[in-house]
Design a protein around this ligand. Structure first.
Ligand code: NAD
Ligand code: WQD
Length: 348
């Protein structure tokens, strides 16, 4: 199969490219590098040993996408999006434009060129504050910020395209909390600016880049008072994407949770990271972060059945791999900038 990977120069996309090539697929990476890096593309080539083609372009550029897709592709995997919740509250228009307009243009280009299979990156963010855990795919959808709204709108759009065109099939994959890195330590999560997610922040504290971690809230109704999440290794996510492409051969629109089915608290993540890194992670419990919820973990039974998949890696392995990446890239590889910096440079 020949697969176009939009957003393949980013964190999850680059790991998925390596997994796809290992399974014999041909990959072309399409990315505007607003958040991804050429270093990630090089690492995909290095780890896979393949001459991977990279095209720098924006998913909102329908013309370029059409020209590219017309060269003959079986499927598209669509990772390309802005993903920082707090940033989306400041710049809702930029988020809708990038994420939703981009997805509309991509779907139009796919229709024009007869490419009928799509794997789409969605998020557990679409569930908002869940009534119960574990969360099944049938749980009410309650997006509570612009980023999550964009994911909901894109999910609905893709579902409606599937309804309108039975020949079109899609897998909508709702990731819980991606973490970890490639076991080689070459590729990993390279946040743009100060990390907003827990695992990269913990890694950077362990590396001495920040004096301590702020733990957002110690009074949640959880086993130790801190927030509980379902962390999933990026290599497990990559494997699920490879399998999703197989499932799409049989058609349909599949909405699947991707998690481990197990939740860990912030203090448990800190303890696991200290254990594998041998570093102390100083922390201080501060006020809750606005918009955070107490506990989130997935019911993964639908994905396990549909994909013949379940997560292989545990929290210790996620921390060990994240730490290897951090140790090998003390300054990261990022060349991208937050929206405000892009605007000031008149390129955003
Ligand atoms: P990332 O920022 O590392 O990767 C996204 C990639 O898309 C980047 O390389 C960026 O340059 C590219 N991109 C963004 N807008 C683009 C555009 N208009 N045109 C072309 N390329 C564009 O993020 P990631 O963590 O790899 O996330 C991948 C996908 O998974 C995103 O859709 C994100 O919303 C979703 N997701 C991520 C998480 C997470 O915590 N990492 C959780 C749930 C869902
Ligand atoms: C995890 C836990 C925080 C940072 C977000 C999005 C979700 C998905 C993944 C895109 C929480 C706590 C965090 C810190 C802390 N992304 N924490 N100190 O909020 O579960 O999910 O990223 O789709 O949609 O919502 O992930 O890693 O930010 O937080 O105490 O410096 O760690 O309060 O309990 P979250 P996270």
């Amino acid at each position: 199969m020949k697969v176009l990977v939009c957003g393949g120069a980013g964190y999850i996309g680059s790991h998925t490219c390596v997994a796809l090539i290992e399974q014999g697929q041909e990959v072309v990476i399409y990315d505007n590098l607003c958040r991804g890096t050429l270093a990630a593309v090089d690492h995909v080539r290095q780890l896979s040993g393949a001459q991977v083609r990279f095209v720098q372009g924006d998913v909102r550029d329908r013309g370029t996408l059409e020209t590219l897709l017309a060269t003959g592709f079986h499927a598209v995997i669509h990772f390309a999006a802005l993903k920082i919740m707090s940033e989306s509250c400041q710049y809702p228009l930029a988020y809708f434009d990038n994420n939703v307009t981009g997805t509309v243009a991509l779907l139009q280009a796919m229709r024009a060129t007869g490419v009928q299979q799509l794997v789409f990156s969605s998020s557990a963010a679409v569930y908002g504050d869940p009534e119960t855990v574990p969360i099944t795919e049938e749980a009410p959808l309650r997006a509570s910020n612009p980023y999550s709204h964009t994911k909901l709108v894109m999910e609905q759009l893709i579902g409606e395209v599937c309804d309108a065109r039975p020949s079109f099939s899609a897998a909508i994959l709702r990731y819980f909390n991606p973490a970890g890195a490639h076991p080689s330590g070459l590729m990993g999560e390279d946040p743009c600016g100060l990390p907003t997610n827990l695992m990269p922040y913990v890694s950077q504290v362990a590396a001495g880049m920040h004096p301590r971690l702020s733990v957002f809230g110690g009074d949640y109704p959880t086993r130790d008072g801190t927030g509980v999440r379902d962390y999933i290794h990026v290599m497990d996510l990559a494997d699920a994407h490879v399998r999703a492409l197989d499932v799409l051969q049989h058609g349909g629109c599949h909405v699947l949770n991707l998690g481990t089915g197990r939740g860990y608290s912030v203090l448990e993540v800190i303890a696991a990271f200290e254990r594998v890194s041998g570093c102390r992670i100083p922390y201080e419990i501060v006020a809750r972060r606005v918009g955070d919820v107490a506990e989130v973990w997935a019911d993964t039974s639908r994905a396990e059945k549909a994909l013949g998949w379940h997560a292989q890696y545990d929290l210790l392995r996620m921390c060990a791999d994240a730490w290897r990446w951090q140790s090998m890239h003390p300054q990261g590889c990022q060349s991208s900038q937050p929206i405000e910096a892009q605007r000031q440079a008149s390129i955003g």
